[in-house]
Design a protein around this ligand. Structure first.
Ligand code: KIV
Length: 262
């Protein structure tokens, strides 16, 4: 996968798959899968560090996780999230963040929001760095949105989102994530843009789908939003495996002689 493959896939009506990844061992497994691309999302602040929102992701965190993922997945196209406020503190801070994420191993950066980011996106793209947009539910603005809710449900907001998506395309974005919007709107944006849309909670008609790896692996049974499908029950699997190990240690069934040095 490279920057041109995204447009080609859309032109060929082939779907695009993306999963998040934050660490080296998962990246090694993903490198052996068919998944099209990896997002080192700022959701790592929640999933890996236990914070209550992505507001807590920092450039240092993002840089460290991007580098770990790149070492594990040398063959994958990696997109890295620009963390909270890194795009709102002026050009120098934004470009410094882009540089750090790209030098850590990213192939592209992702930026949340539209109108206030257009000039910056243009600048980053002109500097030679591919940019992925992100519209709909933009978790970095969670306090302004008033929680995790489906966005752009009325006609006025839907039209705003459509025109925002068009502006992102015109500014040079190579793809756009659409998060938590009605299916009809997801379909409409996908039809109106030349660049691919990658949905999460945006229905089946976007040009691709993205999920958080831990969510699709079923690591947290308590997190089950409507858009999510668990492809495995790793919560049970990991708990059972660790309890099995514990029991074997208690009963001295582990280690066996074959697992010990002479
Ligand atoms: O940070 C993230 O994981 C994301 C996805 C939900 C698209 O932005």
């Amino acid at each position: 996968m490279n920057i041109h493959s995204f447009a080609r896939k859309k032109a060929d009506r082939q779907k695009i798959s993306m999963v998040t990844c934050y660490d080296h061992w998962s990246a090694k497994i993903l490198n052996e899968t068919d998944v099209d691309c990896i997002l080192v999302g700022d959701s790592l602040a929640v999933v890996m560090h236990g914070f209550d929102s992505t507001v807590h992701a920092t450039t240092e965190m993002m840089e460290m996780h991007v580098a770990a993922v790149r070492r594990g997945a040398p063959d994958k196209f990696i997109i890295a999230d620009m963390p909270f406020l890194s795009c709102s503190k002026g050009l120098v801070v934004a470009m410094d963040t882009v540089q750090r994420l790209m030098q850590a191993g990213a192939n592209a950066v992702k930026i949340e929001g539209d109108t206030h980011q257009i000039e910056l996106i243009r600048h980053i793209v002109e500097a030679g760095v591919p940019v992925m947009g992100h519209l709909g539910l933009t978790p970095q603005s969670i306090h302004n949105l008033g929680g995790h809710k489906v966005q752009a449900k009325d006609e006025e907001d839907a039209n705003k989102l459509i025109s925002g998506a068009k502006k992102l395309e015109d500014a040079g974005c190579f793809a756009i994530v659409l998060e938590c919007i009605p299916t009809k709107l997801g379909s409409c944006v996908a039809q109106r843009l030349q660049i691919p849309t990658i949905g999460i909670g945006a229905g089946p008609h976007t040009d691709g789908q993205v999920l958080v790896l831990q969510d699709l692996l079923g690591v947290n049974p308590d997190f089950m939003p409507k858009f999510l499908r668990h492809y495995a029950d790793n919560h049970t699997l990991i708990r059972q495996a660790v309890n099995h190990f514990h029991d074997d240690v208690m009963t001295q069934a582990f280690p066996s002689l074959a697992e010990s040095y002479r």
